[in-house]
Ligand binder design. Structure first.
Ligand SMILES: [Zn+2]
Length: 114
């Protein structure tokens, strides 16, 4: 028996991609949506596994809202690399199964550590 908790949160940020030829090599912004999947097997007496409120707080604390991502990280801030970074950060606290970073409504990168 297992459950998957899914939490979504948005942040706005600017970035550009190095070593890339095309529009994304120039500075531009996105409203990113981060989708976190956490796998759990146990429920407490109230019928929940991990309080959504706590997960949202932790997620909010690691999301770089209104930042220039290239100034924040030493990696190229693509959706793929951001998904891996958020996954590793959240993994310290929760049994994260996957993190999906939506860069637009119809494009996303998913990282599961596999
Ligand atoms: Zn972009």
């Amino acid at each position: 028996m297992s459950w998957e908790l899914i939490i979504k949160q948005k942040f706005s940020a600017a970035h550009f991609l190095k070593n890339y030829q095309g529009d994304c090599e120039k500075m531009h912004g996105h409203t990113f949506q981060v989708e976190v999947h956490i796998e759990t097997r146990d429920l407490d007496q109230s019928g929940i596994s991990i309080d959504f409120k706590h997960i949202k707080q932790v997620l909010k604390s690691i999301l770089p809202d209104h930042q220039v991502l290239n100034d924040m990280y030493d990696f190229s801030p693509s959706a793929e690399n951001l998904a891996r970074y958020f996954f590793n950060e959240l993994k310290r606290t929760y049994p994260v199964a996957r993190v999906i970073v939506w860069e637009s409504e119809d494009t996303a990168a998913s990282y599961s550590g596999k």
